[in-house]
Design a protein around this ligand. Structure first.
Ligand code: ADP
Ligand code: MG
Length: 396
């Protein structure tokens, strides 16, 4: 079902509550990557350019004790937003109270207000994260309509998403959330085939749900990354000292049985004797020595993946193919980036924090149809689970 988008709202003269994902990485109070702030600009700009009064808020980090407050003060984010959007951003250093209420009331058309980290409310009984009904109602009372643009937290019901949505007349998706729904939701509900999934990264255990779901939905599931070794060991191969989850061997076997030939495993790997960034040796997965550690997929595997990907119309990729952070073990991940970049008329979707970072740092971000902004949320969405932060948006 189609969802209401911010551009479907009449925002003129209205106080528009905008939940964004400004959970940016910070070091000693300095923002180290402002991608998430930049990504939210189109939604905020739309609202203010159409005469809306923007009330912007986000969580930042986790708040468990008093000492976490200072570390996760969102003031620097409000400052950066001001620089990026080139408009004043009025900041209220509180999550409730008279100053905030007055600021919201006095906001004029085209103005922007931001308030403190929504998770400051977690200090008092996890009110934000556990969706305390009074809190959602209170935040809703500050505005007229609600726009959710925070995909990264859409898999959790919080006061700042579903809590507000339950108490306003209209809820719409922001442009970022719209894109997630279009691409990931599209792959889940109605993928154009052939539909190929590529899974890698560190652990099978993190991704059991998504492997099972994709084995049902996709035409093939290509496996790389450290997780390949749990499968290869389950098949009886010697994997040397490669990373493996021994307690998941039975599960890996079960998945191999259920897969009905849909699981495609690497045929070679780049190995080293230790976990360090020196040139490795390419070996067949049948020829590992006891002290070999597999750190990337090999060139024959890339050829195999190229064959499987030929003609693909939907590709979902989660998890790097090797230790891409080391230049000697980045070739597999670069190779898969290349393969996706060269597909014609395909929807190429990357989900997962490290995979997204890999595509970006290797220079392929603009070659993909969509790079998801949520790690956990994109995995749960791909699994076919209902995401509360999307469900709470009005249907059109
Ligand atoms: P994502 O965040 O995209 O879901 P993960 O967090 O599951 O991905 O995994 C990413 C990590 O997996 C990277 O830090 C990468 O170095 C590591 N990795 C990939 N292949 C291997 C391997 N063969 N051995 C050890 N670590 C690996
Ligand atoms: Mg990760």
């Amino acid at each position: 079902m189609a969802k209401k988008i911010v551009s479907d709202l009449n925002v003129k003269g209205k106080k528009v509550l905008i939940r964004v994902d400004f959970n940016v990485p910070m070091k000693d109070g300095v923002i180290t990557d402002d991608t998430r702030i930049r990504a939210a600009l189109p939604t905020i700009e739309y609202v203010i350019n159409h005469g809306g009064k923007a009330i912007v808020f986000s969580h930042l980090g986790r708040i468990k004790e008093e000492a976490d407050l200072k570390k996760n003060d969102i003031t620097p984010v409000a400052k950066r937003l001001e620089e990026l959007i080139k408009k004043p951003v009025k900041f209220v250093n509180a999550t409730r109270g008279k100053e905030l209420e007055d600021a919201a009331k006095n906001l004029k058309e085209g103005e922007i207000l931001m308030f403190q980290n929504t998770r400051y409310e977690d200090l008092d009984g996890k009110k934000e994260s556990k969706n305390d009904p009074e809190l959602g109602k209170y935040w809703a009372s500050l505005g007229d309509v609600f726009v959710n643009d925070a995909f990264g937290t859409a898999h959790r019901a919080a006061a700042s998403n579903v809590g507000i949505a339950a108490n306003v007349s209209e809820t719409a998706a922001g442009f970022l959330l719209e894109k997630e729904i279009k691409y990931i939701g599209g792959a889940v509900d109605n993928p154009v085939r052939p539909y190929i999934a590529i899974l890698g990264g560190s652990k099978v255990s993190d991704k059991i749900g998504v492997i099972e779901a994709l084995l049902q939905k996709a035409d093939k599931v290509l496996i790389g990354g450290a997780m390949m070794f749990t499968f290869l060991k389950a098949m009886g191969k010697n994997i040397g000292t490669s990373r493996c989850e021994d307690d998941k061997l039975d599960l890996a076997n079960e998945l191999l049985q259920k897969a009905n030939g849909k699981l495609v495993l690497p045929v070679d790997a780049v190995v080293n004797k230790a976990f360090e960034d020196v040139k490795g040796v390419v070996k067949s997965v049948d020829d590992f020595a006891d002290d070999d550690m597999g750190l990337d997929i090999g060139p024959k595997t890339l050829e195999l993946f190229a064959k499987e990907l030929a003609g693909a119309k939907t590709v979902v990729w989660n998890g790097p193919m090797g230790v891409f952070e080391m230049k000697n073990y980045a070739a597999g991940t670069i190779g898969v980036c290349e393969l996706l970049a060269n597909l014609k008329d395909a929807n190429t979707i990357i989900g997962g924090g490290d995979s997204a970072a890999a595509a970006e740092s290797l220079g392929y971000a603009d070659k993909m149809s969509h790079i998801s902004t949520g790690g956990g949320a994109s995995l749960e969405y791909l699994e076919g689970k209902e995401l509360p932060g999307i469900t709470c948006v009005d249907n059109i």
